[in-house]
Design a protein around this ligand. Structure first.
Ligand SMILES: Nc1ncnc2c1ncn2[C@@H]1O[C@H](COP(=O)(O)OP(=O)(O)OP(=O)(O)O)[C@@H](O)[C@H]1O
Length: 217
């Protein structure tokens, strides 16, 4: 489903965040990306979601070379991706339900059916009953669940999460990992980046380890 072919990424200023990175991820896989802060995890996820482009090499998603797609084509492809961003991107002037409805509205999905889907996603992440809550009243773990509901509400085939359990107590962090496992078990390809490898240990899934933009064993 995803193929990195000798991918490098240099940011403006010349910092080489990724160096000749190659790997494959199969459809339906659950995979972790591990590495210390600055290793290049977010850069990998941003390349896959087409938010940034590689400086060298190719990134393939569903047999399409992302470097050859225009903005419209990338937008269409993104409709099949759910992203849990590191910085949440929760809209605090809207309630939980309105936050989760947003991705559906963007793809032109409105009305009762959209609300039904949003409520189902909220229920699925364990926030049932909090639909009308102001996000500021949610705990850190609950806010993360809100982000996950928003990422899955359009039923993406690929779910990407960047440090979804950062700043959470270990028990909450493991709960969040369990939640990703349920989406994987339902057939979604799931990629989770985190610096804490101990959170990944129990799952037995492949781990892509990054160090200074390169793979290490
Ligand atoms: N927009 C940018 N401009 C310049 N340098 C950047 C930019 N984004 C990331 N970098 C640099 O690229 C390297 C990799 O960053 P990246 O965010 O991919 O790492 P990470 O493993 O996700 O780290 P963290 O866990 O702290 O988010 C870092 O040295 C970072 O400072």
């Amino acid at each position: 489903m995803i193929r990195f072919e000798q991918v490098s990424k240099a940011y403006p200023g010349g910092h080489h965040a990724l160096k000749n990175l190659s790997f494959n991820i199969g459809k339906g896989e659950m995979i972790f990306i591990a590495g210390h802060s600055g290793a290049g995890k977010s850069t990998v996820l941003k390349l896959i979601s087409g938010i940034i482009k590689p400086s060298g090499g190719r990134v393939w998603l569903n047999k399409q070379d992302l470097g050859t797609l225009n903005d419209n084509q990338l937008g269409f492809l993104r409709q099949h991706i759910g992203i849990v961003f590191q910085d949440h991107k929760i809209l605090f002037d809207r309630n939980v339900l309105q936050n989760v409805l947003l991705p559906l509205r963007i793809i032109g999905y409105n009305g009762r059916q959209a609300e039904h889907r949003a409520r189902a996603a909220i229920e699925k992440v364990g926030l049932g009953g909090r639909e009308l809550a102001d996000p500021v009243t949610l705990s850190g773990g609950e806010q993360q669940r809100l982000c996950i509901a928003r990422a899955v509400v359009h039923q993406p085939s690929l779910l990407i999460a960047d440090e979804p359990s950062a700043n959470l107590d270990r028990a909450y962090a493991l709960d969040i990992m369990e939640l990703f496992k349920t989406f994987h078990e339902a057939g979604t390809t799931v990629m989770v980046a985190a610096h804490d490898e101990s959170l990944m240990a129990d799952y037995g899934h492949r781990i892509i380890r990054l160090q200074q933009g390169s793979l290490y064993a």
